[in-house]
Each structure stands twice: as C-alpha cells, then as structure tokens.
Design a protein around this ligand. Structure first.
Ligand SMILES: [Zn+2]
Length: 236
C-alpha cells in the first residue's frame, strides 16, 4: 500500500520515498505526493530522481492499494530511494479548477436544485455537465457565473476531513452528491467541504480557500438534450 500523501497535504510539492517495486519504467514507492487521477482531475506529472539518476513521471495510476508512477526512461535496479517533485504549476492549476468545479456545483444546487452529472478539469480550462430540466438561456448562464464569482470572492475556507460512513449517509448535502455510491466496505468517507456552499465525498486535491481560485469566466455553454447541460469555463 502506498501512503497517499496528497490526501493529507495537497500543497506538498516534493517528497522523499523508498522504492517498493521497480519494473522497467514503472515504479511503486512507499509513499507519494503524485495524484493518480480520478474524479475528473488528471494524474500529476513531475520528476523522480536521486543524484545523476533522473526521470520524468509521464503518468500515474492506482493499482489496488498501490500508486504506479510511469517514467519516460527506466532507472537502475539498484536505486532504493528517490526524491519526487511535482510539476507544481500544473498541479496547482488542477487544484484551483477542482475547487472551482465544486463551487459551481454547490451554487447550481443551491440556486436551482439540480445535480451535477460529470466534470473534467485541465490546466487551463474545465467543463461541467449537470441535469437542468429548465429553460437554458444566456441569462441563466450569466446568473450562474455571477453567483459562482460571488461565492468565490467570499473567501470561503475549504476543509478536508473524514466521516464515518454511517454519518455521511445521514447528511442530506452529501447524499445529493451520491455518497451512497461509496462501496460498503469503505468505513470512512473523505469529505471536501467549501464552507456554506458545498460538501462532497471526494478523493481529489483542492486549494485551501476559494480566494485562491480567482475569477471564473464561462466561455461556452451547450444543451446536450432536454436534461443535460454543459458549461465550459476558464479561471482568471
Ligand atoms: Zn471533486
């Protein structure tokens, strides 16, 4: 089992770790700050190395309880310890976009009572899909943008904590974000809460305060059928 340092400290850019398994270009470490991707947030990139041995991490994935780092070139078998460094600019952008997506999701729920069905973030843009059975006009989109920017500007703290599964299932805010889909074997649920706006079961990395997100600009919107709508946005 790799210790997933990013779950406790999203701001960790660099770390030392022990090599647990090395197979060609794939490395498993005893602990890592590299996010393996999931929940719409891409896997991290960066470097692993020690002394003259250096490799770029081109992909990261979860495999059972382990996190596998995929390198651009194989490192020598004798290496036992490695230093990891994230491409921090890219990761921090994902954190800002991830918190922006949750804020948007909370705002849309609070204002219109409709649920998010999916989202994807990139370094320089993001999109979100939600079920919105009402009329979908430029005015509605402008209203969503305004409400989201108001919420972001309120400098709301973002908290990460764990709740026993039973308690999470009783919380109506969490149920709307489908915490009930968390497998039964999971006894504690990791919650990401944007104070007063949104709380969800989530495994991703977020900024600590909405003030770090900046300002959101909706750059596109479309209707994908009578129920499903999409917004695309960038952060300024
Ligand atoms: Zn999320």
């Amino acid at each position: 089992m790799s210790d997933e340092l990013f779950l406790r400290d999203a701001y960790l850019e660099e770390f030392d770790a022990r090599v647990v398994n090395l197979a060609g270009r794939e490395v498993i470490l005893n602990r890592t700050a590299f996010y393996p991707g999931g929940g719409g947030q891409p896997a991290d990139k960066g470097t692993l190395g020690v002394g003259p041995v250096q490799a770029n991490v081109v992909d990261v994935r979860r495999e059972g309880g382990d996190i596998v780092h995929v390198l651009d070139n194989a490192i020598p078998d004798k290496v036992q310890k490695l230093n990891g460094e994230l491409d921090w600019e890219r990761r921090y952008a994902h954190m800002r976009y991830h918190t922006a997506l949750h804020t948007l999701s909370g705002v849309i729920w609070n204002a219109f009572g409709t649920k998010v069905t999916g989202g994807q973030m990139r370094e320089d843009r993001a999109r979100m899909d939600f079920s919105f059975p009402k009329e979908w006009t430029a005015d509605v989109v402008a209203e969503i943008e305004r409400l989201t920017n108001d919420a972001l500007a309120e400098e709301r703290p973002v908290r990460v904590y764990e709740l026993p599964r039973e308690e999470a299932l009783k919380n109506p805010d969490l149920i709307r974000t489908q915490v009930n889909l968390v497998p039964e074997r999971v006894k504690t649920v990791r919650i990401v809460e944007i104070e007063g706006i949104d709380a969800q079961a989530d495994g991703g990395t977020h900024v600590a305060n909405t003030s770090e997100v900046g300002e959101l600009e909706i750059t596109g919107h479309k209707s994908k059928g009578s129920q499903n709508k999409r917004v695309e946005f960038v952060l300024r």
